[in-house]
Design a protein around this ligand. Structure first.
Ligand code: FE2
Ligand code: FE2
Length: 311
């Protein structure tokens, strides 16, 4: 009968051998293998594996950044999308800002495509629309006006911001765009294409998604189902507020704050896509301490709305 090098399985001696085998370093295992009668440590390992004991090799931890830290806003806020400066709809923006200020709102969120960034667009554009210095000067004025009504603004990424960042091989981030705009007071920027608003027991995901649809509300509905939160999205340039399929969450295609007749690609040529829609959103903490979404359109009754929470 062949010589048994390991104690019989199920005995305290085997358990002690197993603990040693699993905790020893390679040099210690080699020494032990010889003392047990194996010719080398691999024989020791084969014998252990026959008994169902394996040395685990830990997968090294990735050193790459994990993107699990989006900005979170915890107060009532005005949310605007797709301002596409220099094509902003000034009248609509002014109505939104005056209403938000009347309601005492101190926080704004731009949900992406704040500047059109045609100078860095991947698409062929009209040369007169590709003058960065002109767009920058207009943007500085628009941002000053936003700040004069609402002291703090968070800017999330949109694909138009990405035009510039990608043109520079991602060597700059969103905050660097603010530097190009003279570091306007009260503005911070994130590289996330979304942020969260946690208010009155509700969570809202404010997002500039990859997808578009020809059905108003379809994209935020799908995102509600994916992220189990209320969703307010832009990028699709449509507007509508609807429950998601579960009925638990609200989905809002917020709409644009630019003037669609200034966008040559949609104003000069017909398309079967639905017309772009303007819209803005205020997430307000009501008298009942719940978060209430107010979806606002150019023809909203601004005077009556001001009375709702106006001081
Ligand atoms: Fe847009
Ligand atoms: Fe967009």
């Amino acid at each position: 009968m062949a010589k048994r090098f390991l104690p019989p399985k199920g005995t305290p001696e085997f358990e002690a051998e197993k603990q040693f085998y699993l905790s020893a370093d390679p040099a210690m295992r080699q020494q032990r293998a010889i003392s047990l009668g194996f010719s080398c440590s691999s024989g020791y390992s084969v014998a252990m594996e026959r008994e169902g004991v394996y040395l685990s090799k830990a997968v090294p931890k990735s050193m790459s950044k994990r993107y699990n830290n989006p900005p979170i806003i915890r107060e009532p806020c005005l949310v605007i999308f797709d301002t596409q400066i220099p094509f902003q709809d000034a009248d609509f923006l002014n109505n939104l800002l005056e209403l938000a200020e009347a309601w005492g709102i101190k926080q704004g969120i731009s949900g992406g495509d704040l500047l059109n960034m045609a100078a860095f667009s991947i698409f062929k554009e009209r040369p007169e629309d590709k003058i960065w210095r002109r767009d920058r000067d207009i943007a500085i004025e628009v941002l000053r006006a936003l700040h004069s009504h609402i002291p703090k603004f968070l800017l999330i990424m949109g694909n138009h911001e990405a035009f510039l960042i990608k043109a520079l091989a991602e060597q700059i981030g969103h905050e660097d765009i603010l530097s190009l705009l003279g570091k306007p007071e009260g503005f911070i920027a994130t590289d996330y294409y979304y942020c969260l608003v946690k208010l009155g027991g509700s969570t809202w995901r404010i997002t500039h998604p990859r997808n578009i649809s020809v059905i108003h509300g379809r994209v935020p509905q799908r995102l509600c189902e994916k992220f189990h939160a209320n969703v307010a999205s832009g990028h699709g340039h449509l507007a509508g507020m609807t429950p998601d399929y579960s009925g638990k969450y609200m989905a809002i295609d917020v709409g644009i704050t630019c003037d669609l007749l200034r966008l040559d690609y949609s104003a000069l040529r017909d398309s079967t896509r639905p017309s772009m829609c303007r819209g803005g959103l205020i997430l307000m903490l009501g008298d009942d301490k719940q978060c209430h979404p107010y979806h606002l359109y150019p023809n909203s009754d601004w005077t009556a709305l001001k009375r709702l929470y106006g001081k």
